[in-house]
Design a protein around this ligand. Sequence first.
Ligand SMILES: Cc1cc2nc3c(=O)[nH]c(=O)nc-3n(C[C@H](O)[C@H](O)[C@H](O)COP(=O)(O)OP(=O)(O)OC[C@H]3O[C@@H](n4cnc5c(N)ncnc54)[C@H](O)[C@@H]3O)c2cc1C
Length: 467
Amino acid sequence: MLAEEYDVVIIGAGPAGMSAASILAEHSVKTLLIDENGHLGGQLWRGLTEQPDSSFRFINSSNNKINLLAATGYRNGSLHIHETACVLGVFPENYILLSSKEEGIIEIKAGNIIFATGAREKVRPFEGWTLPGVMTVGAVQILLKNHHVLAASEMLINGAGPLMYLLAGNVLSRNGKITALLDRSSFTSLLGTTRVMGGQLGKLGQGFSSLGYLIKSRLLPKYSRQIVRAESKGDRIEATTVEISSDGTIVNGSSQRYKTQLIAMTNGFVGNIELPQVAGCELDYSSDKGGWFVTVDSSMETSVSTIFAAGEITGIAGGDKAVVEGQLAALSVLHQLERLSETDFGRRQKALLTKRKQYQRFGTYLNRQWRIPAKEWETIADDTIICRCEDITIGKLRSWIKAGFTTSNVLKKATRCSMGNCQGRTCGPLIYDILAACVPAGETKPFSVRMPIKPVPLGDLVPGEVM
Ligand SMILES: Cc1cc2nc3c(=O)[nH]c(=O)nc-3n(C[C@H](O)[C@H](O)[C@H](O)COP(=O)(O)OP(=O)(O)OC[C@H]3O[C@@H](n4cnc5c(N)ncnc54)[C@H](O)[C@@H]3O)c2cc1C
């Protein structure tokens, strides 16, 4: 059977993918928008088509809902949408393999591909971070946004960046209790926020709303504090925290303990670069961009012609940058398809690139707040788990690195780290940081990736009855 062909296939229906889709749909370009999530909107605009819980605040941090609505309005026209399909791999000449809930495994062909696969959360590991009762802030937010459920009536929030304040506001607005709000950034480093917030009125508004709840609840955040151990104590969890200095060393005698119901931790994001990686797109590494990212030119085109990338995968910087990059990628495709004049393209591209620069500055600032200094990695106890699928501790990794196993791929072969169900999505970014801390001049490369890039049931691959 011949693969169905589209002018453009967009993989990922978050802010980047949605804004690209809405521009292409306006110009009636035959486009397929794919997402595995079962709803449009990605991590930020989760399922906006559904009625939000009216008592819930600060859900949609961006004003760009219009993109979502515009795109879904074209659903039955030139824009085709697969909301429950996971892309498993990309082959030469833009053949794409996907596992669709409705149609099983199918192959499609794209004239152009826009990768907009977004990001996942990164943790700062500590003893006990894999215990029940410890979650990421993003996971707590997903429960709130998708299911309107508060993960616990009382929680301690630790990490860095704006999401922890947003969550605190959400919890307090739902009459939940915050045991403590512990920011690992120093108070002085936070003063830089105002310098990078230009053009982000939506975010400022959210920040002030959250702050309002903190003031009303008399909740004062504590700065430069990091959890170093979590232990189950009956139906509670105990967190041991310390003060950390800016170079990552622990301040002597600064230990403090808290008992709570749930620990919510946040330490930034890393891009989902695996699909562009299998498609042969060039990657680069920068801690200011959140780790490995897909390199693009000013048209958002990757090193592979006709393949574009937009959003968090070109460098972590938030939803506004994702929207701008999705628009840039769509305009570039239109220009290449000769559906947009040179002058129109040039004018719109210039304006969007200026905005992008502004949002990238915000991204650099955030990624620096989330960075774990090399000295801090040294303080992490040997029996702290790094690869939770295969139970590999930091102590084990350190001893293999000392023995000369100094690249991610040889560490994987030696220890089985990243060989579990998540295929290194959680431990990978930590292992890159540990290697960078232990072998600063060492060779860096992300784990190699093979298709299918996500686990797929055998029955889907072999249609018919499997004995
Ligand atoms: C758990 C989590 C919670 C977050 N919460 C907030 C928040 O509350 N406020 C905020 O300002 N920012 C939040 N962020 C940051 C936010 O994700 C980004 O700023 C923004 O959503 C980036 O847009 P994007 O389009 O690049 O990616 P995303 O919004 O992440 O969208 C990417 C989409 O690609 C899809 N996808 C990925 N791989 C495949 C595949 N192989 N096949 C099919 N589909 C695929 C995903 O399902 C996803 O829907 C959160 C991030 C995460 C990871």
